[in-house]
Design a protein around this ligand. Structure first.
Ligand code: ZN
Length: 270
């Protein structure tokens, strides 16, 4: 499933193809993904020029000079294909630029979404309204965490996955960040001291930035025809490594709560 780094990498991969470019043709090949797409999406995008690309949580943002933002979510299996040689059955949206580039949004399981929202109203858009700060932004700090976690008895892992506290963190990177900060995922959020919270903020940024850098380094391969944006191989310290040794000499453990796996090292995460 694409997490924040994959979405960020996708946005960075789309930018050179779309930024400053006019959209010559829009082909919608079905009416819905997880939910219906705007019926006038093609009409509003055709002829528009893309002014900027961005990301909020796990949503990619494509701004146009008509004051609209195309918001895409990759769901479980979504990916953009750059200059595909042929259009495939699960390419649901195809954008062609006046410069002759072609982008296809491919999503076999259709858990993704496409919305077109006035850029000026983005902050009030329902999925964005209650979101916490971006983990890579200036508002996500140890002081912020100390304030919002105060008195909270839920586990730090559960709290970091709460999009109202911090936006866009998913299971994989929360496991990795808690490992990097050497904090046990089961610890109550309100019981973690300020020094550990400062460490956690640094760890969250580091694991996300390392994943984005890893994705960025493979983008060269993805930029050729038939390339796909959105996925890359990753190397994790604890995620998916149950039973394997930790650098401290401990063994990586796994537990499942509500169908979601937690990986951690009980020897060095306290
Ligand atoms: Zn360890």
């Amino acid at each position: 499933m694409p997490e924040l780094p994959e979405v960020e990498t996708t946005v960075r991969g789309l930018a050179p193809v779309l930024e400053g470019q006019a959209i010559a043709r829009v082909t919608l090949r079905r009416a819905d993904l997880r939910r219906p797409m705007p019926h006038d999406l093609g009409q509003r995008l055709t002829g528009a020029t893309v002014t900027a690309l961005g990301r909020r949580a796990k949503y990619g943002l494509i701004d146009t000079d008509r004051g609209d933002t195309l918001i895409f979510h990759l769901g479980m299996s979504g990916r953009w294909r750059v200059d595909p040689a042929e259009i495939l059955p699960h390419d649901h949206l195809v954008l062609e630029t006046r410069a002759g580039r072609r982008l296809a949004l491919n999503d076999p399981r259709r858990f993704g979404s496409l919305d077109l929202v006035p850029t000026a109203e983005l902050a009030e858009w329902p999925a964005f309204k209650a979101l916490g700060p971006e983990p890579l932004g200036p508002d996500f700090t140890g002081a912020y965490l100390a304030t919002v976690l105060d008195g909270r008895s839920a586990s730090i892992k559960t709290l970091l996955l709460d999009q109202r506290l911090v936006a866009g963190l998913g299971n994989i990177y929360v496991c990795e960040a808690l490992y990097e900060a050497r904090i046990a995922p089961t610890r109550p959020g309100g019981k973690i001291g300020r020094a550990a919270l400062d460490r956690l903020v640094v760890a969250v940024r580091e694991v996300l930035e390392a994943a984005i850098a890893a994705g960025g380094s493979t983008l060269r391969d993805y930029a050729r025809p038939d390339g796909e944006l959105g996925y890359f191989s990753k190397q994790f310290q604890v995620y998916g490594r149950e039973g394997q040794p930790c650098a401290c000499g401990g063994i990586v453990a796994r537990r499942v709560d509500g169908g979601r796996s937690t990986f951690w090292c009980p020897a060095c995460q306290k």
